[in-house]
Write a new protein. Structure first.
Length: 869
RNA sequence: GCCGGAGUGGCGGAACUGGUAGACGCGCCGGAUUCAAAAUCCGGUUCUGGCAACAGAGUGUCGGUUCGAGUCCGACCUCCGGCACCA
């Protein structure tokens, strides 16, 4: 390999071959060392890797390879989130089967990942669309049905009236079906749900323990769970005089502000509330019906008012509710600002203390009673903050918290209500009316109802060899697939033709990697590896995926399959990959986006961009914003082309160097060139060193000052890089530190025996420091430096603290806080001695002059600030 | 509207615990090499003034604390992301 010219294509293929032959990255449960499970979110096999994948998986690989070098027993697996809508869209478009399309994509993308040199244990690879994977998910679901954690109820879907099919949210474009262009309707159908709300409290409290998760993600999850404490209480329906009605109904309301109940001036039911039909009086029934119908047909978008808030629409029912606090009736309205899906779908309205109620009261001419005194001089509408209670009889004078507690106690004493906690979080609807997903393992029997498919009849296999006739799911269109017999009574019955939400598969794949081949969902190996020590993925999954997988982990725990409460102890969310955009405008006003690869930027003498032109025809183009790589802005950069041209190491290096992993990464072709230049320089420097032949052993006692200085820089660098990679995760600064060291080595012109020994020590260390980031070139240089072992098995370099002892330190001398000199002094010098040297300095003298020294601040070995006046 | 995050050279970014602002890289300028170009190597590069030594200014804005503030405190501005009638 000792080629004087760095040839990444050749080296990378050779090194990868050696890893494969040695099965270098297979994870074993019985291996030495503490376990370390490093997991990157699995990709959807869309067809080709994009830059976001490269970034995500390089971060994971850097961490994995570092941990391996530190002696940990590392598991780093990879798999495919293989079910999903794009396969169906491609199938309809190209007339192929989703399965064939998916498997072809997986094959291509697997090769791309291998070409990038990620240290995966490929023996654990999985694809979620395979029956041997999803059968366990089906079994789990049937168990959840038995436990009552999976249940059925009606829920709304987007219905395309022309294509006669349910649309996923992403298939609805501006309120119309993506293919038919017909306005989408809401339709209620029966669907399966998982009771994630049973775990709301635990999912919320668990966040407090997740110190290794970004605060942003934890905050988003807290808001999503949306815990609110308050009271729920019943109110009787009555007439305007407060007379109770025969066969009267009761309405339950939830409120977080029971302290304001004396200010209730009306009450509201959601349009979908079950009592809506029953409560309206004869004179109001027609108006109520009309309103409910129109509320169902109108989207939120249609109701956006000019100021961006939603129009407060509603209608009076003719009925009243008795306010138990005041013993006075309040009018009952129907309004669509009250949601059926939260609380009880009914509220007490207190315009004086709630902004929404204020707005509604304003529109409908309802009275306002203030029950909390706003601060003096306050000019707003509803006062929602703390203050002394007023107009509230026995609550008057109390603050918000005291009044709440009093009101709740009163409700409980009276037996009409109680303390209540509500969550925004809704149960997880897992039914999808799509083909390319895991079949929901349920059989519908006319007599026995919904029956879980028994274990010995699992998996319910999705047929893969299908043809799409239009947009219908092939298993919905095929009457034969549906036909079966009831497992309970043996009568003719039908299979469920809906499939699972694909978040179902991605909720437990991390655990299955730990039990490859197990004839159960998981086996005891899962407890060896779990929880995941480091999880890496995009922030776009902050809520859904990361909530579902925390939930599913608890389902696995409660089924006795894992011991831990949380699936992952640390989480890293990488930033977006962004790039410049360029465009031209045609005469008809259309914008045409030009790919950055086609553009050349012209600059002035200082490097400021002046303009840009298209390479192909020299025509000027406009410079747009720096935006997320996307097809629509035509600013995507294909990783494959870069790997072909510069090599995997270079692409990996630039991805890690351009910014810290959690920030957005601005792609730059010249930056990639810079990374490539660095690797070529490293290669050339090592070749120059090895061309001098073998080195003698390093003897620290015999080093001259220059040699000691290089050793000091080296061991400072080892310390910094170790800290950057293990604690700070700032791979960019780790690389910068190595670059700095290599710049010093390039100037270290010392062919003496000990000079070459120092150089040798330095390169052996650098090759290991860079190995997690650019493993191929490092493996080759490791051999070039005479090492016979494989680098992937080499230990992380150790810091020699004795080499870091400085002969001299730079002490900054300030006069009145301004830097006036930098002195090279012996370490440990005291204030008086430092002052003596400082005062000999001409520049310091000039600024001190004959002024009185009022104060001296001395930070040993760093700074001396002379305060004069 | 609410909740997060961020504002530092021409650009990406560094400065980790209040102590040298601009590491490292890109770009740009100058030089070497070359018939020439590419590649490579050397030097310079926050702004203003100065041949220079050096001086002054400077981390979104305004104010504060401190011997000393990019970093801490208060008020504000801008941008990005998330949620959005959740009672």
């Amino acid at each position: 390999m000792s080629d004087p010219v760095y040839n990444p294509a050749e080296i990378e293929v050779q090194v990868q071959q050696r890893w494969q032959e040695n099965d270098a990255f297979r994870a074993r449960e019985d291996a030495q060392g503490e376990k370390y499970y490093c997991l990157s979110m699995l990709p959807y096999p869309s067809g080709a890797l994009h830059m976001g994948h490269v970034r995500n998986y390089t971060i994971g690989d850097v961490i994995s390879r570092y941990q391996r070098m530190c002696g940990r027993n590392v598991l780093q697996p990879m798999g495919w989130d293989a079910f999903g809508l794009p396969a169906e869209n491609a199938a309809i478009k190209n007339n192929t089967a989703p399965a064939a399309w998916t498997y072809a994509n997986i094959d291509h993308m697997r090769e791309q990942l291998k070409r990038l040199g990620f240290a995966y244990d490929w023996s654990r690879e999985l694809a979620t669309c395979k029956p041997e994977y999803y059968r366990w998910e089906q079994l789990m679901f049937t168990r959840l049905m038995e436990k009552g954690l999976a249940y059925r109820r009606d829920a709304e879907v987007n219905w395309d009236p022309v294509d006669q099919t349910v649309l996923a949210n992403e298939q609805v474009v501006d309120g119309r079906g993506w293919r038919s262009g017909a306005p989408v309707e809401k339709k209620s159908i029966t669907q399966w749900f998982l009771r994630i709300t049973d775990y709301a409290e635990e999912l919320l409290n668990g966040l407090d323990q997740l110190d290794g998760w970004p605060d942003a993600v934890k905050t988003m999850q807290r808001n999503w769970i949306g815990r609110s404490e308050g009271a729920e209480f019943g109110m009787d329906v009555c007439d305007a005089q407060g007379n109770s009605l025969a066969g009267a109904y009761q309405v339950n309301v939830f409120t977080t502000r029971p302290d304001t109940a004396f200010g209730m001036t009306y009450a509201v039911l959601a349009p979908e509330h079950p009592l809506v039909d029953k409560i309206a009086t004869d004179t109001h029934r027609e108006a109520v019906r009309e309103f409910v119908a129109s509320a169902r047909a109108t989207t939120e978008l249609d109701r956006l008012a000019v100021d961006g808030s939603l129009e407060k629409r509603g209608v009076f029912t003719g009925a009243y509710l008795m306010n138990p606090f005041t013993r006075k009736p309040v009018p009952l309205y129907i309004a669509d600002y009250v949601l059926m899906g939260y609380g009880t779908g009914a509220i007490m309205a207190v315009p004086g203390q709630d902004e929404r109620d204020w707005e509604f009261a304003e529109v409908h001419g309802l009275p306002v009673v203030r029950t909390v005194e706003p601060p003096e001089g306050w000019q707003g509408k509803a006062w929602t903050e703390d203050g002394p209670a007023i107009n509230s009889e026995w609550l008057n004078g109390l603050n918000m918290e005291e009044a709440k507690q009093q009101a709740i106690s009163w409700l409980e004493e009276q037996g009409i209500g109680q303390r209540k906690v509500n969550y925004r979080l809704r149960d997880w609807g897992v039914s999808r009316q799509r083909y390319w997903g895991c079949p929901i393992p349920v059989i519908y029997c006319p007599d026995c109802g919904a029956v879980p498919v028994p274990e010995d009849q699992l998996p319910v296999v999705l047929p893969e060899d299908v043809t799409f006739m239009g947009v219908q799911s092939p298993i919905k269109a095929d009457p034969e697939w549906r036909q079966t017999t009831c497992p309970k009574c043996g009568a003719a019955a039908e299979r469920e033709t809906d499939t699972f939400d694909t978040f179902m598969e991605s909720s437990w794949y991390y655990a299955r990697y730990c039990s490859p081949g197990a004839q159960s969902q998981l086996d005891e190996r899962a407890n060896y590896w779990l929880p995941v020590d480091q999880y890496i993925g995009g922030i776009e999954h902050a809520i859904l995926h990361l909530m579902y997988f925390r939930f599913y982990h608890r389902l696995l725990r409660d089924a006795g399959m894992v011991d831990s409460d949380e699936p992952a102890t640390r989480l890293l969310c990488q930033g977006m990959v962004i790039a410049d955009t360029y465009y031209t405008e045609s005469d008809d006003g259309h914008t045409h986006w030009v790919n950055p690869a086609d553009v050349e930027v012209e600059r002035d003498a200082k490097g400021k961009p002046l303009g840009a032109k298209r390479r192909s025809d020299g025509q000027p183009v406009n410079i747009g914003a720096v935006e997320k790589m996307s097809k629509s802005k035509n600013n995507g950069v294909d990783p494959q082309g870069l790997v072909d041209r510069y090599g995997a190491d270079c692409v990996r290096l630039f991805s890690m160097f351009a910014s810290p992993p959690d920030q957005s990464l601005e792609w730059s072709d010249s930056g990639v060139e810079g990374a490539s230049r660095f690797l070529r320089r490293v290669w050339a420097q090592v070749m120059r060193h090895t061309s001098g032949g073998a080195c003698v052993a390093l003897d620290p006692a015999r080093l001259n000052a220059g040699q000691k200085e290089i050793r000091r820089l080296l061991h400072d660098t080892i310390a910094k890089v170790s800290d950057d990679i293990s604690r700070r995760y700032t791979f960019n600064t780790a690389i910068a530190a190595v670059m700095e060291l290599s710049n010093h080595l390039a100037k270290f012109d010392d062919d003496s025996e000990q000079g070459r020994a120092v150089m040798h020590e330095a390169w052996l260390a650098i090759v290991r420091l860079l190995n997690p980031i650019t493993p191929h070139i490092c493996e080759a240089l490791w051999a070039e430096l005479g090492e016979t072992s494989a680098l992937y098995q080499a230990p992380w370099p150790e810091v020699d603290e004795s080499a870091r002892v400085r002969q001299q330190v730079t002490v900054v001398v300030q006069v009145n806080g301004k830097v006036r000199a930098r002195l090279e002094l012996e370490p440990g010098i005291d204030q008086d001695a430092a002052m003596a040297v400082a005062m000999e300095n001409e520049n310091v003298q000039r600024h001190v002059e004959d002024k009185t020294v009022r104060k001296i601040i001395h930070v040993p070995d760093r700074l001396l600030n002379i305060v004069v006046g």
